[in-house]
Every structure is written in structure tokens, then in C-alpha cells.
Design a protein around this ligand. Structure first.
Ligand code: ATP
Ligand code: MG
Length: 334
């Protein structure tokens, strides 16, 4: 039997270059060897986007379009919408009883995300989203979770909660491993530590050439470099991180780096070469997206059929969980 993967994305917007190198690239490769469940985590998006139902609806479709455009295959893999399989919520609720509050409070990713939300608008649902993510992973009994680096604390929590459940009720859940992508964390175009939909410092996989041009020309580079003749820094400079990630001409990249550190090339040339590299990378993705945008009924089918498959797997796990936990009063009374 093939080993299983569960991984996902929140429908809070279109997908960006960070998703590609941090996650999607691994998913595309692994769908050949693993039984993959790709989750559109809409419950999780509601935690901090409850007033944006219209956007979530559009984003669900966009996420599927982006997945198809980069080469995820709904025949080989299963595309699931979280709320179409409400067992995700049931398992999250049950597992929350096994989760000490301190475990959530110590979670570094949750901590830094909370800093972006004011206390008055922080919902209980957002606060506990890592538990919901644990349930997402355990429901199909995933063995592996390919994610960006920011997600590692959640996978560690998943292992701990699986262990707690298994020790208390008997073996049900595997303790899943994590797998981080080629670029653990792609910087934002503004130089912030993560390209993220919520921050808006992104280049979308669906951006046209004009948008890519504008975004790259106004990108953050090395703030200590005032003139093209000043020696520049490569480290922490998102323009060079993107060159490393997307420019397949390594000779060109090495030459730019050398001249940049010697103060022998201007930002404009470095950026113009990056624009060409990123447009080359995005062209085939754009072409496929165009095709699927004209076939929305296929997009809908992918998530309806995938979610129905997800529901079958979820039902099996939940029967086992309810029985192990003793939530079967009628049969035990008889
Ligand atoms: P939001 O801002 O709404 O949280 P996001 O941009 O962080 O959106 P998610 O849906 O939370 O995107 O993340 C989906 C997957 O993509 C996760 O595995 C995450 O680790 C990965 N990922 C997202 N942004 C990056 C990035 N900049 N670099 C590497 N991986 C990333
Ligand atoms: Mg996120």
C-alpha cells in the first residue's frame, strides 16, 4: 500500500511563488509515489477572515486553478474541501480535549501570527487553529506532511497529540514526518521574512508579465547600498534569493552576485534579469491556467469528487476514533 500525504492551503487568496518553492514543488513530485490528500482549509481561513466569505469562495476556485496549473493531478491525488468533510471539525473538537493549553501558547508560529491580529479581533477559532490542523493531518492518517518551514511547529504538535491519543486509547494514528521544500521560507518582495498572502508582499503564480515587471522593479534590495558603485550584500536580499530559486541560468546568477558584491552592477540590471527569469518560469503555468479558467465545471468536479473520496476515508477513521474513545453508549448498555 502507498504511504499517505496530507497537506493543504488556506483559501485566503491566489497562490504565490513562496507556495511553489516551499510546498507545491514537493507535492507535484510526491504525488507519483504517495496517496496524496490536498486540503483546501476553509474552516481554518474563517478563523481570521470570517467577514470575507465572498473572497473565500473566489479563493477556493483560485486555489484549484493554481493547483491544476502547476501540475497537481486530480486523477492521481485527492482534492478535498475541509468543510465538505465535517469530520475534520469533529476530530478537531475531540483532540482539543487532549491538548494542553500550554502547548498552544508555546507554539512559535501561532505566537508570531497573533502579533498581526489585535486582541479584540482574535477569535477562539483562530487561536485554536493548530489543533484543527492536527486533526486535518490525522483524519486521513497521513505519514508525511510536505510544508513550508513556518508549519513545522504544527507538525511537531501533530506528533505529540497522535502519541497522546495512541497511548491513551490504543494505536490509531501514525506519527507523521514533515518535509520542507527547496526554499524553506521565501522572503517577501518587501524584504519581510515571509512572502505571505496576508501581508500582500507577493508575486502570484497568476500574475501577468506587466505585474511581475512592476513588482520586481519596486522590490526591496540591500538597504545599505546607496549607489551602484557601493559593494552590495547578497545575504537577506530577496532579489538574489529569487534569482537562486527561479533563474535557471546559474552562470548569469553567479556573475551578477560577483559584480554586485564588488559594486559593479546596478539594481536595475539585476532586477531586469530577474523579471526575465520569473516570466520564463511562469509562462507555462499561465498557459495551463488559461485553459482551466475556461473549464470551470471541471474545476468544480475536482473538488466535489475529491471531497466525496475524503469523506469515505474520514468516516472510517472516525468510526475507529469513536469506538476507541468509548463514544458508543447504546451498544455498551445492551
Ligand atoms: P496566509 O497569509 O493566509 O496564512 P500563506 O501565504 O501563509 O497564507 P498558507 O496557505 O498559510 O499560505 O500556506 C500554505 C503552504 O505554503 C504551507 O505549507 C506554507 O508553509 C507554505 N508557504 C507559504 N508561504 C511560504 C513562503 N513564503 N515560503 C515557503 N513556504 C511557504
Ligand atoms: Mg499561513
Amino acid at each position: 500500500m502507498k504511504k499517505r500525504i496530507l497537506t493543504g492551503i488556506r483559501p485566503t487568496g491566489k497562490l504565490h511563488l513562496g507556495h511553489y518553492v516551499g510546498a507545491l514543488e514537493n507535492w507535484i513530485r510526491l504525488q507519483e509515489e504517495y496517496d496524496c490528500f490536498f486540503l483546501i482549509a476553509d474552516y481554518q481561513a474563517l478563523g481570521d477572515h470570517i467577514d470575507e466569505m465572498d473572497n473565500i469562495k473566489i479563493a477556493v476556485r483560485d486555489v484549484v486553478l493554481d493547483w491544476l496549473s502547476v501540475g497537481l493531478d486530480p486523477v492521481k491525488s485527492t482534492f478535498v474541501v475541509q468543510s465538505y468533510v465535517p469530520e475534520h471539525a469533529e476530530l478537531a473538537m475531540l483532540l482539543s480535549m487532549l491538548t494542553p493549553l500550554g502547548m498552544l501558547e508555546r507554539n512559535p508560529t501561532l505566537k508570531s501570527e497573533r502579533e498581526r491580529i489585535s486582541n479584540t479581533s482574535l477569535s477562539v477559532g483562530f487561536y485554536t487553529y493548530p489543533v484543527s490542523q492536527v486533526a486535518d493531518i490525522l483524519l486521513p492518517k497521513a505519514d508525511l506532511v510536505p510544508v513550508g518551514e513556518d508549519q513545522l511547529p504544527h507538525i511537531e504538535m501533530t506528533r505529540e497529540i497522535a502519541r497522546r491519543f495512541n497511548n491513551r486509547y490504543g494505536n490509531v494514528f501514525p506519527e507523521p514526518d514533515s518535509l520542507v521544500g527547496r526554499v524553506a521560507r521565501l522572503l517577501g518582495t518587501d524584504g519581510q521574512s515571509k512572502m505571505s498572502k496576508s501581508i500582500g508582499n507577493v508575486i502570484y503564480l497568476s500574475d501577468d508579465a506587466d505585474a511581475v515587471n512592476k513588482k520586481i522593479m519596486s522590490m526591496y534590495t540591500d538597504p545599505t547600498r546607496l549607489r551602484a558603485t557601493d559593494p552590495g550584500h547578497i545575504e537577506g536580499n530577496p532579489v538574489f534569493q529569487y534569482h537562486d530559486a527561479f533563474n535557471t541560468n546559474t552562470e548569469e546568477v553567479n556573475d551578477l552576485k560577483e559584480r554586485y558584491t564588488q559594486g559593479k552592477v546596478g539594481d536595475v540590471e539585476v532586477k531586469q534579469k530577474l523579471i526575465v527569469a520569473i516570466n520564463n518560469f511562469l509562462d507555462p503555468i499561465r498557459e495551463k491556467r488559461n485553459k482551466y479558467e475556461n473549464d470551470i465545471s471541471f474545476v468544480n468536479e475536482c473538488i466535489e469528487e475529491g471531497s466525496a473520496k475524503g469523506k469515505v476515508t474520514a468516516d472510517k477513521t472516525m468510526s475507529e476514533v469513536r469506538e476507541k474513545m468509548g463514544l458508543n453508549y447504546v451498544s455498551s448498555v445492551n
